[in-house]
Design a protein around this ligand. Structure first.
Ligand SMILES: NC(=O)c1ccc[n+]([C@@H]2O[C@H](COP(=O)([O-])OP(=O)(O)OC[C@H]3O[C@@H](n4cnc5c(N)ncnc54)[C@H](OP(=O)(O)O)[C@@H]3O)[C@@H](O)[C@H]2O)c1
Length: 312
């Protein structure tokens, strides 16, 4: 059970923020189902604002619903507008507040637009959950690429969140105490810097595993940078083989429920005891795959990510 009394104490005056109009032709749309139509004013709520990437489905949806129920304004994100609207509606139907941003994290243009939209439309961000992700795939021999030609799992699971997190840092710092949690996995593969895009010997499980280790490496790096800022960052493995689309769509047999995965994620977000820069295997602080502890490998990855995402 999540103890909602452990949610960070955020003394946020009710805010009224403008949510941008959805307009035809835009890749990113945001709207308020609370007000019932686009281009409306929404009350962003009591405790603060939380962005949960990939909250149209699975674990992210559950985390969004729970944070919404705890009084946060939720920025729901994903690609599927119908499912996204349904999540917003559900939060609103429980007296919550939410808006939706549609953006494909397999396109850096859309990632940039997502970050820009959050910076433009919100004057605080208290919680960022880097959750959106794609698994190893039904056929692990099929290699896919992002719009920019990067290996797709590396791009969606890691590069997009690298850019998003760094770009939203000023807002998170202003909103401190603030929390960043990246949803990672026990599946962690070391990165071969000579073959990051896995153009040789492609394997979907390895692609997934290196993207998940990269998230942990970002966590350790950023925790050092954010020391003393009131912004903490951690990475959490939720549960093994939850009953989500990621597992079910490739014919996998679930071992755990979505609730079981959401519990540790919420614990790390809400615990006043959570330090920064750690990998939690469910609720247990655990050592990550050893490459994550190699400062030189982290520097190499960080420089690569900066170059590939065009982050200044
Ligand atoms: N399932 C497990 O057992 C398990 C275990 C360990 C870790 N995890 C991690 O938990 C997180 C959530 O996974 P899940 O099992 O809940 O998967 P899921 O049910 O498939 O949900 C994935 C979410 O990510 C979004 N997403 C996927 N690709 C995207 C893209 N290109 N652009 C934008 N959004 C995208 C999806 O939104 P749309 O469908 O709207 O695009 C959806 O909301 C992932 O990071 C995963 O690696 C899962």
């Amino acid at each position: 059970m999540i103890r909602l009394d452990l949610l960070p104490r955020l003394t946020v005056a009710p805010l009224r923020r403008r949510v941008a109009a959805a307009s035809a032709g835009l890749l990113i749309v945001a709207f308020s189902l609370m007000a019932g139509h686009a281009d409306a004013q929404v009350d962003t709520g009591m405790r603060g604002v939380a962005l949960v990437t990939g909250s149209t489905d699975g674990l992210g949806r559950e985390v969004a619903l729970r944070l919404g129920g705890a009084g946060y304004h939720i920025i729901v994100h994903g690609r599927n507008e119908e499912r996204g609207r349904a999540v917003v509606e559900e939060i609103v139907s429980h007296e919550g507040s939410a808006s939706l941003i549609i953006a494909d994290l397999g396109s850096m243009a859309q990632v940039r637009a997502l970050a820009a939209q959050v910076l433009r439309d919100y004057d605080r961000l208290d919680i960022l959950v880097n959750n959106a992700g794609i698994g190893r795939g039904a056929d692990t021999s099929i290699r896919s690429e992002s719009e920019e030609g990067y290996e797709l799992r590396f791009a969606v699971n890691y590069l997009s969140h690298f850019y998003l997190t760094h770009t939203l840092l000023p807002l998170l710092r202003e909103s401190a105490p603030a929390r960043i949690v990246s949803v990672t996995s026990t599946a962690q593969n070391p990165i071969d810097f000579e073959n990051v895009m896995l153009e040789r010997e492609y394997d979907g499980a390895r692609a997934y595993g290196q993207s998940k280790l990269a998230q942990i490496m970002m966590t350790i790096d950023l925790a050092q940078e954010l020391e003393g800022s009131g912004v903490t960052i951690n990475a959490v493995h939720p549960a093994v083989y939850m009953a989500t689309s990621m597992v079910l769509n490739r014919g996998g047999t679930p071992f755990t429920t979505i609730d079981e995965g959401a519990d540790p994620v919420l614990q790390v977000i809400t615990s006043p005891l959570a330090e920064s820069g750690h990998y939690y295997r469910q609720a247990q602080r655990s050592p990550p795959q050893e490459q994550a502890l190699d400062a030189q490998a982290r520097r190499q990855l960080r420089e690569l990510a900066r170059r590939l995402t065009g982050l200044n």
